[in-house]
Ligand binder design. Structure first.
Ligand SMILES: *Cc1c(COP(=O)(O)O)cnc(C)c1O
Length: 430
C-alpha cells in the first residue's frame, strides 16, 4: 500500500477538508530546495514548507549539529534546570534582536509564542496593580490557532465556529501604502476611547502573511508604536513569519525606528527543522514579574520548553544565517524577483491585465490575481493554480487569489526561472 492510501485511513490533516481533498502526497525525501514523493516525482518547495524551511530541506550542517546534541542530552525539565544550548541560543538571539530585548522565554510553536506574549502583557499590568483587558490588532491579522492567538486574529472562516469563545479585540486599519493617515487616526481614536483599558497592541510587522502578504509602511508603523508607548500600551511584534531574513533584514522590526516591547519568533527559528517558539521581552517587563511574591510568577510552561534538540537546530540555523553566502542568496532572490516583475510589466502577451497587484519584500513575491468571484481564502483560482503548479513539480499554496513565492534561500536561479516561466504559463492559461 502507498503512503497516500495508508494515510487516507488514519490521518486527519491540518487546514484540510477531507471530503474534498482525501489524498495527501507521500513525501519520502527532502534535499535543499526539493521534495521527492513516493513515486519519485520531484517538487520545488517554493513556499519553504509553510514558511519554515529557510535553508532548504535536510541541511547536512543542521543534521550534524542535531545528531551530536541527541547523543549528549535529548531533554531536561526547564524549571529549576538549564542547559548549554538554551543559554547559548538566548545569548545569540539577544545579540540579533533589537537592543531593548533582554529576556528569552521558550515555548513550542508560533501560536504559543503569541499566547506567551499576550499573557506577559496582561499580567504585566496585573502585577503592577492596574489590570487591563483589551488588545488592539490589525484587520486581517493572523496570529495562530490557539484561543488567545485566534482572538487576536481577524474573525472569519477560520474562527467562525468559536466566535463566542474568543475574547474581545479592537481591530484597526493596518498602515498600508496610501492609508497611512487612516491607520494613525484609527489607533489614536481607539487609544483615547479606551483610555487605560488597553493592555497591548499586537501586529505582524512589515508583512501581514496570511492576509495575503500585505505590506506595511515602516514609518507609519513606528509612529503607531510610539503612540502606544506614550499611552502605556505594550507593543507585541509577531515575527513568527517575518523573522530570520525573510523580509531582507534579519528581523522585520529592523525596519522600524520605534522598537516593540515583546517579539514572537518561530517558523524559521530552527531552520524549519522542528517546532519551537520564542517570546523575547524588555527588562522592564521581566522586572514586573520579579518579586518575593509567588503570585507574580508567569505561570506558563510546556513539557518540552527549551528542548535541547530544538535549541541545537536553532543554533545551527543561526550559524547558517551568519554566513555571508546566505545574505548573498537573499539579495540574489530579491534581484531575480525584481527582474521578473519588470519582465511582466513590459510583457507583450497581455498578462498584466490578469494581475491586480504585484508586491515584493525581500525574498517574498506576491501576485494578486483579478477574479470574478470573491477575493477570499476560498477563491476558486486557488485550487486551480495549486493543481497547475503541482503538475509542473512546484509546491505553492496561494492565499485565495494571492499567489506568492517564498523559497528557501538556497534556491538556484535556474529553479527560480523555471517557477517564473510556470507563472507566465499559468497567467496565459486563465
Ligand atoms: C504561522 C504564524 C503563526 C502561528 O504559528 P504556528 O507555529 O503555526 O502555531 C503566528 N503568527 C504568524 C504571523 C504566523 O505566520
Amino acid at each position: 500500500m502507498t503512503l497516500t492510501s495508508r494515510d487516507k485511513k488514519v490521518i486527519w490533516h491540518p487546514y484540510t477538508q477531507h471530503g474534498l481533498f482525501p489524498e495527501s502526497i507521500g513525501i519520502v525525501k527532502g534535499k535543499g530546495t526539493y521534495l521527492y514523493d513516493e513515486n519519485g516525482k520531484k517538487y520545488i518547495d517554493a513556499i519553504s514548507s509553510w514558511w519554515t524551511c529557510i535553508h532548504g530541506h535536510a541541511h547536512p550542517y543542521i543534521a550534524k549539529k542535531v545528531s551530536a546534541q541527541l547523543k549528549k542530552l535529548e531533554h531536561v525539565i526547564f524549571a529549576g534546570f538549564t542547559h548549554e544550548p538554551a543559554v547559548e541560543l538566548a545569548e545569540r538571539l539577544l545579540k540579533k534582536l533589537p537592543k531593548n530585548q533582554k529576556r528569552i522565554f521558550y515555548s513550542d510553536n508560533g501560536s504559543t509564542a503569541v499566547e506567551v506574549a499576550m499573557k506577559m502583557s496582561f499580567q504585566y499590568w496585573y502585577n503592577k496593580g492596574m489590570p487591563k483587558t483589551k488588545v488592539i490588532a490589525f484587520r486581517n491579522s493572523y496570529h495562530g490557532d490557539t484561543f488567545g492567538a485566534m482572538s487576536a486574529s481577524e474573525r472569519g472562516a477560520f474562527s467562525k465556529p468559536f466566535e463566542h469563545n474568543l475574547f474581545e479585540v479592537i481591530f484597526i486599519d493596518a498602515p498600508v501604502k496610501r492609508k497611512e493617515k487612516e491607520a494613525v487616526s484609527s489607533i489614536k481614536h481607539q487609544v483615547s476611547r479606551f483610555k487605560n483599558e488597553i493592555s497591548a497592541f499586537i501586529f505582524e510587522p512589515i508583512v501581514q502573511g496570511v492576509a495575503g502578504m500585505v505590506l506595511h509602511e515602516a514609518d507609519t508603523l513606528s509612529k503607531m508604536i510610539r503612540i502606544c508607548r506614550e499611552n502605556n500600551i505594550l507593543t507585541i511584534a509577531d515575527e513568527v513569519f517575518t523573522g530570520f531574513g525573510r523580509t531582507g533584514k534579519f528581523f522585520a522590526s529592523d525596519y522600524l525606528s520605534e522598537k516593540p516591547d515583546i517579539i514572537c519568533l518561530s517558523k524559521g527559528l530552527t531552520g524549519g527543522t522542528m517546532a519551537m517558539g520564542v517570546t523575547s521581552c524588555t527588562e522592564e517587563i521581566f522586572n514586573a514579574f520579579l518579586s518575593q511574591d509567588k503570585m507574580k510568577t508567569l505561570f506558563h510552561g510546556h513539557s518540552f520548553t527549551a528542548n535541547p534538540i530544538s535549541c541545537s537546530a536553532s543554533l545551527a540555523s543561526l550559524d547558517l544565517m551568519e554566513k555571508k553566502s546566505t545574505w548573498e542568496n537573499i539579495k540574489r532572490i530579491e534581484k531575480q524577483h525584481k527582474k521578473f516583475v519588470l519582465k511582466i510589466q513590459n510583457s507583450k502577451i497581455g498578462i498584466q491585465n490578469r494581475i491586480s497587484e504585484i508586491r515584493m519584500k525581500g525574498t517574498i513575491l506576491v501576485f494578486e490575481l483579478k477574479t470574478q468571484d470573491e477575493t477570499s481564502y476560498f477563491n476558486s483560482i486557488r485550487d486551480k493554480s495549486v493543481k497547475f503548479f503541482l503538475n509542473k513539480g512546484i509546491l505553492i499554496r496561494p492565499l485565495g487569489n494571492a499567489i506568492y513565492l517564498l523559497p528557501p534561500y538556497c534556491i538556484s536561479d535556474k529553479d527560480l526561472d523555471y517557477i517564473y516561466n510556470s507563472i507566465l504559463g499559468f497567467l496565459q492559461s486563465l
